[in-house]
Design a protein around this ligand. Structure first.
Ligand SMILES: Nc1ncnc2c1ncn2[C@@H]1O[C@H](COP(=O)(O)OP(=O)(O)O)[C@@H](O)[C@H]1O
Ligand SMILES: [Mg+2]
Length: 615
């Protein structure tokens, strides 16, 4: 458990806790209904007592008829109340689902951004299903009946203390069995749900990598891994259900014995002349009423344990992701002036150590920045941080520095709103299943055709799109299936440009482009700058640097140089000659740690153009 006393307040704002609290009135109503139901449940035994002790000795048919009508009415009332109670509980489940669903979805996509990706990122959805399922079953009403167990036992005591002790001992035994059941089922159930998740994740991975599996001949080996995951899951499940079933049988046998045992004990007391014959039957019925909730609870214990685990997991999940039930954030004006980065340090989700560190620079509207550096130097990490995917380290203490748009750190923006001011082309282009138009328009239902076409044109992809048989309505498969890598990259560029965002970050946008694509890219960067936006291009081939005026060089996760393009590139190239491994005279704004590896890796750069754009 990760809850600390200081988290009390945040716990109150935890969406799932809050949702359950909101249902308090309904729970109270169910409690009242349960009380009435349990009182009415005594109908049978009192009817029987009256019949045995009054009707039979007096031979009075009218009394019998009157009692019978009363009994029928009470049973009907009991049935109706019970029906309402179950229906209310099912609705509690749906209501909790309604209130928390959105947050669960939010958690689903936040999770991989904040923690190291786990075996199964879909667990939160199943957790919510588990909770809702529990409420729609018989389990929760049994819990509401549990408080009535002692009251019924008290009634048996009133009939005769010996009968009371007998019933009490029986109830105690059943409760012990229930607790034992919980102890024996919890661990295997947790293990089963974990292995089930791993199994699904593996299946999903197989599906995604189908091509590689076929080409590299991995089928057999994948099959073996699948088998071992599968058999682990099955054996986990078997041991969970074995434990539950064993306990269930023991408690069933115990109840049968108690049922007959109390009749035997009653008969003995009748022989001794201590109670009437009717009392035996009444005691037997009341005791079975007392034990019924215990047995139902035992039968539904698995669901209860499962729902409780899910509940705890969701609480922890929301807490660790900082998802709270809070009011709307103040919406900030569209950024238009600066992007400033100060001593930025970023670590990938779940990693303790930063991948980039001490990066500071500042850009103003109209600037174009090229980011260069060898593979693994942290360029993509910087890009992810700039668009708000990964946060600076130790965010609350600002230890990992800050990224600000017009002075406001990125976390001051509501994520969806920030997204409208940002264009991002990831290194691994990911498109969504949908039409090309939808993908470009970021699935904005109110997107205008003009905006979509404008974005496509600035990405130089309009002509390619209209040549497709269905044009803008062409269906793109999941992940962009059905398009070539270059087409995907250009569509993603159009998506990044859609809506004229202030900050456009392109991570190796030309890795799959041909000459026309690169020319379009250069034009796109220029038009972002011309309309007063900021364009940041992570360059893997020098052609992408044509339209930028500033360059930032990364090496080993640190900023190595930042400044006007010609100056930085000259420094970098000067540092390059093999004859001078370490350049002693570094200008003040260049923190050079020896020759940058990429400087000699075939990167040929035209140094003369400063303003950018002119090719
Ligand atoms: N999700 C991740 N988890 C752990 N380490 C990562 C992750 N992404 C990147 N890294 C590490 O961060 C370093 C920088 O990666 P990256 O920013 O992708 O470099 P570049 O884009 O310059 O090639 C690499 O050493 C890489 O191993
Ligand atoms: Mg990269």
């Amino acid at each position: 458990m990760m809850s600390h006393p200081a988290d009390k307040n945040s716990r109150a704002a935890n969406p799932i806790v809050l949702a359950l609290r909101r249902c308090r009135a309904l729970f109270f109503g169910v409690g009242v209904f349960s009380g009435l139901i349990n009182l009415l449940a005594l109908t049978g035994s009192f009817y029987m007592l009256q019949v045995y002790d009054r009707v039979l000795p007096s031979h009075s048919v009218p009394t019998l008829i009157g009692l019978t009508i009363l009994m029928a009415g009470l049973y009907i009332a009991n049935g109706l109340l019970d029906l309402f109670r179950v229906r209310i509980m099912s609705r509690v489940g749906v209501r909790i689902d309604n209130e928390v669903r959105e947050k669960v979805f939010q958690a689903l996509h936040l999770l991989p951004l904040k923690v190291r990706p786990t075996a199964d990122g879909l667990q939160p959805i199943r957790d919510l299903d588990q909770i809702r399922g529990f409420f729609s079953g018989m389990g929760p009403t049994a819990l509401f009946d549990l408080p009535w167990v002692p009251i019924y036992l008290g009634v048996v005591f009133l009939l005769h203390p010996l009968l009371g002790f007998f019933a009490f001992a029986g109830a105690l035994l059943l409760i012990c069995l229930t607790l034992l059941t919980e102890r024996r089922t919890t661990a295997p159930m947790q293990s089963a749900s974990r292995s089930g998740a791993q199994r699904l994740a593996f299946g999903e991975e197989t599906r995604r990598n189908a091509e590689v599996i076929r080409a590299l001949g991995l089928e057999r080996r994948m099959q073996q891994r699948w088998e071992s995951l599968n058999s682990r899951h099955l054996s986990d499940q078997l041991s969970a259900s074995d434990a539950a079933a064993g306990m269930g049988t023991v408690s069933k046998v115990l109840r049968l014995f108690l049922q007959s045992g109390i009749l035997g004990l009653g008969a003995y007391l009748v022989i001794e002349g201590q109670v009437s014959a009717g009392t035996i039957i009444a005691a037997s019925i009341i005791m079975s009423r007392a034990l019924a909730p215990i047995e139902t609870a035992t039968a539904h214990w698995r669901g209860f344990v499962g729902a409780r685990q899910s509940y705890r997991r969701l609480i922890d999940l929301f807490q660790s992701l900082g998802i709270r039930h809070s009011g709307a954030m103040v919406s900030l004006p569209k950024p238009a002036i600066t992007l400033s980065v100060q001593s930025l340090a970023v670590a990938p989700p779940g990693e303790p150590r930063p991948v980039i560190q001490g990066v500071s620079f500042m850009l103003a509207a109209g600037d174009g920045l090229g980011v260069v550096g060898p593979s693994g130097s942290g360029k993509s990490t910087l890009a992810r941080a700039l668009v708000g995917i990964w946060q600076p380290m130790g965010q609350h203490l600002r230890m990992g520095g800050s990224i600000r748009l017009d002075g406001a750190t990125l976390d001051q923006w509501e994520p969806d709103e920030l997204g409208r001011h940002i264009g991002y082309l990831p290194q691994d282009v990911a498109l969504f299943a949908g039409t090309i138009a939808e993908n470009i328009a970021r699935f904005d239902a109110e997107a205008t055709s003009e905006a979509v076409v404008a974005a496509a044109k600035s990405a130089g992809v309009h002509d390619m799109i209209v040549q497709l048989p269905d044009g803008y309505q062409t269906i793109v498969g999941e992940g962009g299936a059905g398009l070539s890598a270059g087409q995907r990259q250009r569509l993603a560029l159009a998506r990044a440009l859609y809506g004229d965002p202030f900050l456009v970050v392109l991570d190796e946008p030309n890795s799959n482009l041909d000459a026309t694509g690169e020319a379009a890219l250069t034009d796109a960067i220029q038009s972002v700058r011309a309309r007063g936006g900021i364009a940041i291009v992570i360059a893997h081939r020098p052609a992408a640097l044509a339209a930028v005026d500033k360059v930032l060089a990364m090496a080993n996760g640190q900023l190595q140089a930042f400044g006007p393009k010609s100056e930085v590139l000259r420094q970098v190239l000067q540092a390059a000659p093999p004859a001078h491994p370490a350049s002693p005279a570094s200008p003040p704004n260049l923190q050079q740690a020896g020759r940058p590896p990429w400087a000699m890796s075939g990167l040929k750069i035209v140094v003369d153009s400063d303003a950018g754009g002119d090719k």
